[in-house]
Design a protein around this ligand. Structure first.
Ligand SMILES: Cc1cc2nc3c(=O)[nH]c(=O)nc-3n(C[C@H](O)[C@H](O)[C@H](O)COP(=O)(O)OP(=O)(O)OC[C@H]3O[C@@H](n4cnc5c(N)ncnc54)[C@H](O)[C@@H]3O)c2cc1C
Length: 340
Protein backbone atom coordinates (compact mmCIF):
# COMPACT_ATOMS: atom_id res chain seq x y z
CA UNK A 1 0.00 0.00 0.00
CA UNK A 2 1.21 3.54 -0.81
CA UNK A 3 0.18 6.54 1.26
CA UNK A 4 0.94 9.93 -0.25
CA UNK A 5 0.92 12.99 2.02
CA UNK A 6 0.88 16.61 0.81
CA UNK A 7 2.48 19.04 3.28
CA UNK A 8 5.31 18.95 5.81
CA UNK A 9 3.83 20.96 8.67
CA UNK A 10 2.93 19.41 12.00
CA UNK A 11 -0.09 17.66 10.42
CA UNK A 12 1.77 15.90 7.60
CA UNK A 13 4.95 15.06 9.53
CA UNK A 14 3.25 13.84 12.72
CA UNK A 15 0.93 11.64 10.67
CA UNK A 16 3.82 10.25 8.61
CA UNK A 17 5.98 9.46 11.65
CA UNK A 18 3.17 7.82 13.58
CA UNK A 19 1.98 5.79 10.60
CA UNK A 20 5.54 4.61 9.95
CA UNK A 21 5.88 3.58 13.60
CA UNK A 22 2.64 1.58 13.40
CA UNK A 23 3.09 0.12 9.95
CA UNK A 24 6.49 -0.92 8.64
CA UNK A 25 5.19 -2.34 5.37
CA UNK A 26 3.42 0.63 3.77
CA UNK A 27 5.21 2.97 1.41
CA UNK A 28 4.97 6.55 2.74
CA UNK A 29 5.78 9.39 0.37
CA UNK A 30 5.50 13.01 1.50
CA UNK A 31 5.45 15.86 -1.04
CA UNK A 32 6.24 19.37 0.15
CA UNK A 33 7.06 22.81 -1.14
CA UNK A 34 9.45 23.30 1.79
CA UNK A 35 13.22 22.89 1.39
CA UNK A 36 14.46 23.80 4.89
CA UNK A 37 13.12 20.81 6.81
CA UNK A 38 10.29 20.41 9.33
CA UNK A 39 10.06 23.58 11.38
CA UNK A 40 7.97 24.91 14.26
CA UNK A 41 5.50 27.52 13.03
CA UNK A 42 4.71 28.91 16.54
CA UNK A 43 8.40 29.82 16.96
CA UNK A 44 8.08 32.17 13.96
CA UNK A 45 6.53 34.63 16.42
CA UNK A 46 9.93 35.05 18.09
CA UNK A 47 11.72 35.28 14.77
CA UNK A 48 13.12 38.79 15.24
CA UNK A 49 14.26 38.78 18.85
CA UNK A 50 16.16 35.49 18.45
CA UNK A 51 19.34 35.75 16.42
CA UNK A 52 19.85 32.10 15.45
CA UNK A 53 16.18 31.42 14.68
CA UNK A 54 16.66 30.24 11.09
CA UNK A 55 18.60 27.24 12.41
CA UNK A 56 16.94 26.58 15.77
CA UNK A 57 13.42 26.64 14.31
CA UNK A 58 14.16 23.43 12.34
CA UNK A 59 12.92 20.51 14.42
CA UNK A 60 13.93 17.77 11.97
CA UNK A 61 15.80 17.78 8.70
CA UNK A 62 14.28 15.93 5.77
CA UNK A 63 17.36 13.64 5.81
CA UNK A 64 16.48 12.60 9.39
CA UNK A 65 12.92 11.81 8.34
CA UNK A 66 14.19 9.79 5.36
CA UNK A 67 16.29 7.73 7.77
CA UNK A 68 13.07 6.89 9.59
CA UNK A 69 11.56 5.42 6.45
CA UNK A 70 9.53 8.38 5.20
CA UNK A 71 10.34 9.25 1.62
CA UNK A 72 10.33 13.04 1.26
CA UNK A 73 10.06 14.83 -2.05
CA UNK A 74 11.02 18.38 -1.03
CA UNK A 75 10.79 21.61 -3.01
CA UNK A 76 7.91 20.35 -5.13
CA UNK A 77 4.42 21.74 -5.58
CA UNK A 78 1.45 19.44 -6.06
CA UNK A 79 -0.65 20.96 -8.81
CA UNK A 80 -3.45 18.45 -9.47
CA UNK A 81 -5.23 15.49 -7.91
CA UNK A 82 -6.71 12.97 -10.34
CA UNK A 83 -9.24 11.12 -8.21
CA UNK A 84 -10.27 8.69 -10.94
CA UNK A 85 -6.70 7.56 -11.60
CA UNK A 86 -5.77 7.94 -7.90
CA UNK A 87 -2.71 10.03 -8.72
CA UNK A 88 -1.27 13.46 -8.03
CA UNK A 89 0.87 15.60 -10.35
CA UNK A 90 3.59 17.82 -9.02
CA UNK A 91 6.05 20.34 -10.34
CA UNK A 92 9.61 19.41 -9.36
CA UNK A 93 11.12 22.64 -10.64
CA UNK A 94 12.18 21.23 -13.98
CA UNK A 95 9.07 19.36 -15.05
CA UNK A 96 5.84 17.66 -14.06
CA UNK A 97 5.84 14.23 -12.38
CA UNK A 98 2.95 11.92 -11.58
CA UNK A 99 2.59 9.73 -8.50
CA UNK A 100 -0.07 7.10 -7.82
CA UNK A 101 -1.61 6.69 -4.37
CA UNK A 102 -3.79 4.17 -2.58
CA UNK A 103 -4.62 6.70 0.09
CA UNK A 104 -3.98 10.44 -0.02
CA UNK A 105 -3.60 12.67 3.04
CA UNK A 106 -4.10 16.40 2.48
CA UNK A 107 -2.12 18.50 4.98
CA UNK A 108 -1.44 21.67 2.98
CA UNK A 109 -2.17 23.99 5.89
CA UNK A 110 -3.06 27.62 5.42
CA UNK A 111 -1.75 30.77 3.81
CA UNK A 112 -1.97 34.33 5.12
CA UNK A 113 -5.39 35.81 4.41
CA UNK A 114 -5.19 38.99 2.38
CA UNK A 115 -8.41 41.03 2.44
CA UNK A 116 -9.56 41.37 -1.21
CA UNK A 117 -9.34 45.22 -1.27
CA UNK A 118 -5.60 44.94 -0.51
CA UNK A 119 -4.84 42.63 -3.45
CA UNK A 120 -4.45 45.61 -5.80
CA UNK A 121 -1.52 46.78 -3.60
CA UNK A 122 0.19 43.35 -3.42
CA UNK A 123 3.74 44.64 -4.08
CA UNK A 124 3.47 47.19 -1.27
CA UNK A 125 3.20 44.87 1.71
CA UNK A 126 4.57 41.66 3.22
CA UNK A 127 2.91 38.74 4.99
CA UNK A 128 4.06 36.66 7.96
CA UNK A 129 2.98 33.06 7.82
CA UNK A 130 5.94 30.80 7.05
CA UNK A 131 9.67 30.40 7.45
CA UNK A 132 10.09 31.76 3.91
CA UNK A 133 8.18 34.92 4.95
CA UNK A 134 10.32 35.26 8.08
CA UNK A 135 13.53 34.99 6.08
CA UNK A 136 12.34 37.70 3.66
CA UNK A 137 11.44 40.01 6.55
CA UNK A 138 14.68 39.37 8.44
CA UNK A 139 16.68 40.16 5.30
CA UNK A 140 14.69 43.36 4.77
CA UNK A 141 15.21 44.36 8.39
CA UNK A 142 18.96 43.75 8.07
CA UNK A 143 19.06 45.92 4.94
CA UNK A 144 17.42 48.78 6.90
CA UNK A 145 20.00 48.38 9.65
CA UNK A 146 22.90 48.24 7.14
CA UNK A 147 21.66 51.48 5.54
CA UNK A 148 21.48 53.16 8.94
CA UNK A 149 17.67 53.51 8.65
CA UNK A 150 15.29 53.14 11.56
CA UNK A 151 13.28 49.91 11.44
CA UNK A 152 9.76 51.24 11.36
CA UNK A 153 6.97 48.76 10.67
CA UNK A 154 3.21 48.99 10.21
CA UNK A 155 1.26 45.87 11.10
CA UNK A 156 -2.26 45.69 9.71
CA UNK A 157 -4.27 43.58 12.16
CA UNK A 158 -4.26 43.49 15.96
CA UNK A 159 -5.34 39.87 16.34
CA UNK A 160 -3.29 37.06 17.86
CA UNK A 161 -0.50 36.87 15.27
CA UNK A 162 -0.40 40.65 14.68
CA UNK A 163 0.09 41.24 18.42
CA UNK A 164 2.74 38.53 18.73
CA UNK A 165 4.59 40.01 15.77
CA UNK A 166 4.33 43.57 17.14
CA UNK A 167 5.63 42.36 20.49
CA UNK A 168 8.61 40.57 18.98
CA UNK A 169 9.63 43.42 16.65
CA UNK A 170 9.39 45.75 19.65
CA UNK A 171 11.53 43.37 21.71
CA UNK A 172 14.09 43.41 18.88
CA UNK A 173 14.25 47.22 19.21
CA UNK A 174 12.07 48.31 16.27
CA UNK A 175 9.38 50.98 15.97
CA UNK A 176 5.96 49.38 15.48
CA UNK A 177 2.52 50.79 14.65
CA UNK A 178 -0.47 48.44 14.74
CA UNK A 179 -3.59 49.36 12.74
CA UNK A 180 -6.57 47.38 13.99
CA UNK A 181 -10.08 47.55 12.51
CA UNK A 182 -11.82 46.75 15.81
CA UNK A 183 -12.15 48.84 18.99
CA UNK A 184 -9.92 46.51 21.05
CA UNK A 185 -6.95 44.19 20.55
CA UNK A 186 -7.31 40.39 20.15
CA UNK A 187 -11.09 40.64 20.54
CA UNK A 188 -11.45 37.00 19.45
CA UNK A 189 -9.15 35.63 22.16
CA UNK A 190 -9.32 38.06 25.10
CA UNK A 191 -12.11 39.42 27.27
CA UNK A 192 -12.43 43.23 27.07
CA UNK A 193 -10.57 43.77 30.35
CA UNK A 194 -7.53 41.84 29.10
CA UNK A 195 -7.61 43.69 25.75
CA UNK A 196 -7.33 46.92 27.77
CA UNK A 197 -4.41 45.49 29.77
CA UNK A 198 -2.69 44.51 26.54
CA UNK A 199 -3.20 47.99 25.12
CA UNK A 200 -1.58 49.49 28.26
CA UNK A 201 1.25 46.96 28.01
CA UNK A 202 2.00 47.90 24.39
CA UNK A 203 1.69 51.63 25.01
CA UNK A 204 4.11 51.46 27.95
CA UNK A 205 6.62 49.84 25.58
CA UNK A 206 6.17 52.54 22.95
CA UNK A 207 4.18 50.44 20.45
CA UNK A 208 1.76 52.76 18.62
CA UNK A 209 -1.66 51.06 18.70
CA UNK A 210 -4.37 52.58 16.49
CA UNK A 211 -7.85 51.11 16.99
CA UNK A 212 -10.99 51.52 14.80
CA UNK A 213 -8.84 51.91 11.71
CA UNK A 214 -10.42 51.29 8.31
CA UNK A 215 -7.28 50.76 6.23
CA UNK A 216 -8.09 51.29 2.57
CA UNK A 217 -4.79 50.83 0.81
CA UNK A 218 -1.14 51.81 0.59
CA UNK A 219 0.96 54.29 -1.34
CA UNK A 220 4.69 54.10 -1.92
CA UNK A 221 6.70 57.32 -1.76
CA UNK A 222 10.44 57.88 -1.44
CA UNK A 223 11.23 54.42 -0.06
CA UNK A 224 8.39 54.46 2.45
CA UNK A 225 4.86 53.08 2.40
CA UNK A 226 1.95 55.23 3.47
CA UNK A 227 -0.99 53.47 5.12
CA UNK A 228 -4.21 55.03 3.83
CA UNK A 229 -6.94 55.06 6.45
CA UNK A 230 -10.55 56.22 5.88
CA UNK A 231 -11.72 59.42 7.56
CA UNK A 232 -8.30 60.85 8.37
CA UNK A 233 -5.99 63.24 6.58
CA UNK A 234 -3.05 62.21 8.75
CA UNK A 235 -1.78 59.09 7.02
CA UNK A 236 1.55 57.85 8.43
CA UNK A 237 4.31 56.24 6.45
CA UNK A 238 6.53 53.33 7.42
CA UNK A 239 9.55 51.49 6.06
CA UNK A 240 7.50 48.35 5.58
CA UNK A 241 3.93 47.11 6.00
CA UNK A 242 2.99 43.58 7.12
CA UNK A 243 -0.56 42.32 6.68
CA UNK A 244 -1.69 40.11 9.56
CA UNK A 245 -5.40 39.58 8.97
CA UNK A 246 -5.86 35.88 9.67
CA UNK A 247 -5.34 32.71 7.66
CA UNK A 248 -6.89 31.00 4.65
CA UNK A 249 -6.92 27.19 4.36
CA UNK A 250 -5.33 26.04 1.10
CA UNK A 251 -8.42 24.45 -0.45
CA UNK A 252 -7.67 25.08 -4.16
CA UNK A 253 -6.28 21.62 -5.00
CA UNK A 254 -9.22 19.91 -3.32
CA UNK A 255 -11.74 22.23 -4.94
CA UNK A 256 -10.24 21.75 -8.42
CA UNK A 257 -10.47 17.97 -8.02
CA UNK A 258 -14.15 18.21 -7.09
CA UNK A 259 -13.83 17.46 -3.37
CA UNK A 260 -16.39 19.12 -1.10
CA UNK A 261 -15.04 22.31 0.49
CA UNK A 262 -16.31 25.08 2.71
CA UNK A 263 -13.92 27.42 4.54
CA UNK A 264 -11.63 24.37 4.58
CA UNK A 265 -11.72 20.93 2.99
CA UNK A 266 -14.88 19.32 4.31
CA UNK A 267 -14.22 16.13 6.31
CA UNK A 268 -16.39 13.84 8.40
CA UNK A 269 -15.59 12.89 12.00
CA UNK A 270 -13.14 10.31 10.62
CA UNK A 271 -11.20 13.08 8.83
CA UNK A 272 -12.33 11.59 5.53
CA UNK A 273 -13.14 13.93 2.66
CA UNK A 274 -15.99 13.40 0.20
CA UNK A 275 -13.66 10.86 -1.51
CA UNK A 276 -13.25 7.67 0.53
CA UNK A 277 -9.52 7.40 -0.34
CA UNK A 278 -8.64 10.97 0.60
CA UNK A 279 -8.27 12.35 4.14
CA UNK A 280 -7.51 15.89 5.35
CA UNK A 281 -6.27 17.29 8.65
CA UNK A 282 -4.71 20.36 10.22
CA UNK A 283 -5.31 23.97 9.17
CA UNK A 284 -6.82 22.81 5.87
CA UNK A 285 -9.58 20.58 7.30
CA UNK A 286 -13.07 21.68 8.32
CA UNK A 287 -14.94 19.31 10.65
CA UNK A 288 -18.72 18.66 10.57
CA UNK A 289 -19.16 21.12 13.50
CA UNK A 290 -17.75 23.75 11.06
CA UNK A 291 -14.57 24.15 13.12
CA UNK A 292 -11.06 24.33 11.73
CA UNK A 293 -8.71 23.31 14.55
CA UNK A 294 -5.79 25.60 13.65
CA UNK A 295 -3.68 24.98 16.76
CA UNK A 296 -0.78 22.62 17.42
CA UNK A 297 -2.38 20.44 20.07
CA UNK A 298 -5.58 19.42 18.22
CA UNK A 299 -3.66 19.00 14.96
CA UNK A 300 -1.19 16.65 16.63
CA UNK A 301 -4.15 14.77 18.06
CA UNK A 302 -5.75 14.51 14.59
CA UNK A 303 -2.50 13.24 13.06
CA UNK A 304 -1.95 10.54 15.72
CA UNK A 305 -5.60 9.52 15.52
CA UNK A 306 -5.59 9.31 11.71
CA UNK A 307 -2.43 7.20 11.66
CA UNK A 308 -4.02 4.69 14.03
CA UNK A 309 -7.31 4.80 12.13
CA UNK A 310 -5.71 4.13 8.73
CA UNK A 311 -3.73 1.31 10.31
CA UNK A 312 -7.05 -0.23 11.37
CA UNK A 313 -6.40 0.35 15.10
CA UNK A 314 -9.36 2.56 15.99
CA UNK A 315 -12.93 2.79 14.85
CA UNK A 316 -14.21 5.62 17.07
CA UNK A 317 -14.41 9.06 15.42
CA UNK A 318 -11.82 11.75 16.19
CA UNK A 319 -12.85 14.13 18.96
CA UNK A 320 -10.97 17.31 19.82
CA UNK A 321 -8.84 17.38 22.98
CA UNK A 322 -9.24 20.20 25.51
CA UNK A 323 -6.62 22.77 24.61
CA UNK A 324 -5.78 26.19 25.98
CA UNK A 325 -3.29 28.05 23.80
CA UNK A 326 -1.89 31.38 24.99
CA UNK A 327 -0.49 34.31 23.08
CA UNK A 328 3.32 34.58 23.03
CA UNK A 329 3.54 38.29 23.81
CA UNK A 330 6.71 39.26 25.67
CA UNK A 331 5.93 40.31 29.26
CA UNK A 332 2.14 40.02 28.99
CA UNK A 333 -0.10 37.64 30.92
CA UNK A 334 -3.87 37.79 30.55
CA UNK A 335 -5.80 37.83 33.84
CA UNK A 336 -8.74 35.80 32.48
CA UNK A 337 -8.98 32.61 30.44
CA UNK A 338 -8.55 32.96 26.70
CA UNK A 339 -11.78 32.73 24.67
CA UNK A 340 -10.71 30.34 21.79
C1 LIG B 1 3.24 33.00 13.36
C2 LIG B 1 2.40 31.86 13.86
C3 LIG B 1 2.39 31.55 15.21
C4 LIG B 1 1.60 30.51 15.69
N1 LIG B 1 1.62 30.21 17.03
C5 LIG B 1 0.90 29.17 17.50
C6 LIG B 1 0.95 28.81 18.88
O1 LIG B 1 1.63 29.45 19.69
N2 LIG B 1 0.22 27.74 19.30
C7 LIG B 1 -0.56 27.02 18.43
O2 LIG B 1 -1.20 26.05 18.86
N3 LIG B 1 -0.63 27.34 17.12
C8 LIG B 1 0.08 28.39 16.63
N4 LIG B 1 0.02 28.72 15.30
C9 LIG B 1 -0.84 27.91 14.41
C10 LIG B 1 -0.13 26.60 14.03
O3 LIG B 1 1.22 26.87 13.78
C11 LIG B 1 -0.80 25.99 12.80
O4 LIG B 1 -2.15 25.70 13.17
C12 LIG B 1 -0.12 24.71 12.35
O5 LIG B 1 1.26 24.92 12.17
C13 LIG B 1 -0.73 24.22 11.05
O6 LIG B 1 -0.09 23.04 10.68
P1 LIG B 1 -0.43 22.29 9.33
O7 LIG B 1 0.51 21.14 9.24
O8 LIG B 1 -1.89 22.05 9.21
O9 LIG B 1 -0.10 23.35 8.17
P2 LIG B 1 1.24 24.12 7.78
O10 LIG B 1 2.15 24.28 8.91
O11 LIG B 1 0.75 25.33 7.04
O12 LIG B 1 1.94 23.15 6.74
C14 LIG B 1 1.45 22.96 5.44
C15 LIG B 1 2.56 22.47 4.56
O13 LIG B 1 2.04 22.12 3.26
C16 LIG B 1 2.91 22.60 2.25
N5 LIG B 1 2.12 22.75 1.02
C17 LIG B 1 1.01 23.51 0.87
N6 LIG B 1 0.52 23.36 -0.38
C18 LIG B 1 1.33 22.50 -1.02
C19 LIG B 1 1.36 21.95 -2.34
N7 LIG B 1 0.43 22.25 -3.25
N8 LIG B 1 2.37 21.10 -2.67
C20 LIG B 1 3.32 20.77 -1.76
N9 LIG B 1 3.34 21.25 -0.49
C21 LIG B 1 2.36 22.10 -0.13
C22 LIG B 1 3.44 23.89 2.83
O14 LIG B 1 4.63 24.29 2.19
C23 LIG B 1 3.65 23.50 4.30
O15 LIG B 1 4.86 22.85 4.48
C24 LIG B 1 0.80 29.76 14.79
C25 LIG B 1 0.80 30.07 13.41
C26 LIG B 1 1.60 31.11 12.94
C27 LIG B 1 1.60 31.42 11.46
Amino acid sequence: MRIVIIGSGIAGITFAEKFRALNLAAEIILLTKETDGYYSRPILSHGFSKQDIEKTIIMKTFAQLEQNGIHINAGVEVITIDREQQSVSFNNGSGIEKLDYDQLVLAQGSAAFIPPPFLAFRKQFYVFNSLTDLKVLRKLRQSFIDQGKSTDWAIIGGGLIGCELASDLNAAGDQVTVYHAMDRLMERQLVAEDSALLLNHFEALGVDIRLDQAVQGFEQQAGKTKVLVANTSENSDHHAVIISCGFKPRTDLAQDSGLATGRGITVNDFLQTSDENIYALGDVAQLPNENIYAFIMPIRSQALWLAAHLNGDNTEPWSPPIFKPKAKIHGFTAEHAYIF
